[in-house]
Design a protein around this ligand. Structure first.
Ligand code: PGA
Length: 264
């Protein structure tokens, strides 16, 4: 709970131009937030990364990539390697977003290779996990999360833990046809994730972010939950003003929560 984590994946939206305008405005609006306190991040499309890294150079907003191959180079048409991403000033590699898992059929074993490659290349791996509606209905959501974590983080050593973030994004909650998880349900699953990370590593300082239809109506009650360290927001923050508005809503609540647990 050291920091509030707040960021967005822009998916396959925004051109280079649109991303640049969005980031210029965002930088301006969020200037007063210190990176000691808040980890702000944006994950644009690959084509916008270079321009984005120049814009964000001296800002408190970190930049991420939406995917990465685990090999440095090779016969992998259409893929982007860690070496290529290192040429740009990128901090975060998003791995295993629900759309990568379910639209592009990415599996835990390959996602694990990406996590290891990200960490070895000194990026922060943002591993996304979440159960499908069917898994929830079958009562195996917790098992699904545990498997995705254990497989995804296999081989990670304790000295590398500061390079890992986890986003819990229930598949049924994501996107235009998603329904947001209640804050109680989300907190319950975050507790399962926290416990699993504790079992894996004997400690847990890994930030766990909630994502899936976060908006101005539900952000406050989500961030007040004990095990939710941050929010990974999509559509609701793709305008700089709305990003700033939700950040301003949740920041004081997160601060109060931090105080409460520090003194508990
Ligand atoms: P959403 O996207 O907030 O638009 O549901 C979340 C995500 O896919 O990370």
């Amino acid at each position: 709970m050291k920091k509030l984590y707040f960021g967005s994946n822009l998916k396959m939206y925004k051109t280079i131009d649109q991303t640049s305008q969005y980031l210029e405005k965002l930088m301006d609006l969020t200037r007063d937030f210190s990176s000691e306190d808040v980890e702000l991040f944006i994950i644009p499309s690959f084509t916008a990364l270079d321009a984005a890294s120049k814009i964000l150079k001296d800002s408190n907003i970190s930049l991420g990539a939406q995917n990465m191959h685990w090999m440095d180079e090779g016969q992998f048409t259409g893929e982007i390697s860690p070496v290529m991403l290192k040429e740009i000033d990128i901090k975060i590699i998003e791995i295993g977003h629900s759309e990568r898992r379910h639209v592009f059929n990415e599996k835990d074993d390959d996602l694990n290779k990406k996590v290891l490659a990200a960490v070895q290349n000194d990026f922060t791996a943002l591993l996304c996990i979440g159960e499908t509606e069917d898994e929830k209905e079958a009562g195996i959501a917790d098992e699904t999360l545990r498997i995705q974590l254990k497989k995804g983080l296999k081989g990670i050593e304790t000295h590398q833990l500061s390079k890992i973030m986890v986003a819990y994004e229930p598949v049924w909650a994501i996107g235009v046809s998603g329904k947001p998880a209640s804050s109680e349900y989300a907190n319950e699953k975050h507790a399962v994730i926290h416990q699993t990370l504790f079992e894996l590593f004997g400690e847990n300082q890994i930030p766990i972010l909630y994502g899936g239809s976060v908006n101005a109506q539900n952000a406050e009650s989500l961030i007040c939950q004990r095990y939710i360290d941050g929010l990974f927001v999509g559509r609701a923050v793709w305008e700089a003003d709305s990003f700033y508005a939700i950040l301003k809503q949740v920041y004081p609540l997160w601060k109060a929560k931090k105080e409460e647990y520090l003194h508990a």
